[in-house]
Design a protein. Structure first.
Length: 315
């Protein structure tokens, strides 16, 4: 009887909801939203408004040379761009530069990352010296490579197996070669830095066990190192692909889009700034923005999902 009376007099504990967050979780989530709100507002003002205004201009026939003829044309500007052979030619040129430069940067960056990761002594000076090209301003690097290959001021013509009268910027293929080499020289250290972070996550015990089992260096790299650092490779490829697809300064300094080297960014600059056609230029800018989103979605959703599935199967 006494136990029963004590149980009856004990206050009942508040019931917790079986499904849904607790009060503490809701308060923490509310605090997180409040802390992130200023940054979100700033991003919307800095990036959201220009994108929205560019989309608004892309729906207009707006040429500053004929300001009185401004009118709403809907998606006609996008139709004009997408049906133009110039747009698709520039897209092809941009893809050639992007794929070539990123592929070479991945190979060279992996080699440099392996050297920096395995350096026994002088690791700090080795990493600092390798990262020097990435610290140079892109415009300066573009000018340096332009003067190096110039027939009148460069030293490349004096090298063996190079013709003295060779003018690389007078032809499309050779111009694209110099542009790709400039991009590879400039941004390979960035790729190497990202891949070096991925190499640091690979346990040395796995390499030791594989070495004991008789696996050589090539087998250890492709069977152990590369699969475990696929997330780092994905991040490096994502950043560099997005950056390479929007290439502007190197092409603008070295060729200004001449001889079939015009990229989509150079096309947007010419239409928007040189021809002051705000409608078509804004449409090109929005299309470039959409292409960047599609590239990012492909890397994150397609390649990222396949990488996660492989890691799950490995576990």
């Amino acid at each position: 009887m006494e136990a029963a009376s004590v149980a009856e007099s004990k206050p009942a504990e508040p019931k917790r909801p079986r499904n849904g967050p607790t009060d503490r979780a809701r308060s923490e989530r509310r605090l997180a939203y409040m802390l992130c709100a200023p940054a979100v507002v700033a991003m919307l003002v800095v990036t959201g408004y220009p994108i929205g205004y560019a989309f608004y201009l892309s729906l207009q026939k707006f040429d500053l040379r004929f300001p009185d003829e401004k009118e709403f044309v809907g998606l006609q500007n996008y139709v004009d761009v997408l049906t133009s052979t110039t747009w698709w030619s520039d897209v092809a040129t941009t893809l050639i530069i992007t794929v070539s430069s990123v592929a070479l940067e991945l190979v060279f960056g992996m080699a440099i990352a392996l050297v920096m990761h395995r350096a026994i002594f002088g690791r700090g000076p080795v990493r600092a010296s390798i990262l020097i090209p990435y610290g140079i301003v892109t415009v300066v690097a573009a000018f340096a490579w332009r003067y190096a290959f110039d027939p009148t001021s460069g030293f490349v013509q004096g090298l063996p197996l190079i013709a003295e009268d060779w003018a690389p910027f007078s032809e499309r293929d050779s111009s694209l070669l110099v542009i790709v080499l400039t991009e590879v020289w400039k941004t390979t250290p960035f790729m190497a830095l990202l891949l070096l972070a991925g190499l640091a996550l690979v346990p040395d015990e796995l390499h030791e066990a594989a070495r004991v089992d008789g696996a050589n260096a090539v087998q250890r790299f492709f069977r152990i190192t590369l699969p475990l650092m696929k997330p780092a490779v994905l991040v490096a490829l994502l950043f560099r692909t997005l950056d390479a697809f929007r290439i502007f300064d190197t092409v603008f300094i070295q060729t200004a889009g001449a001889n079939g080297t015009e990229t989509v960014s150079i096309l947007g600059y010419n239409v928007l700034i040189n021809r002051v056609n705000l409608g078509l230029g804004s449409a090109i800018s929005i299309l470039i923005f959409i292409a960047v989103i599609l590239i990012a979605t492909f890397f994150v959703k397609v390649l990222g999902t396949s990488t996660a599935q492989q890691r799950g199967e490995a576990k």
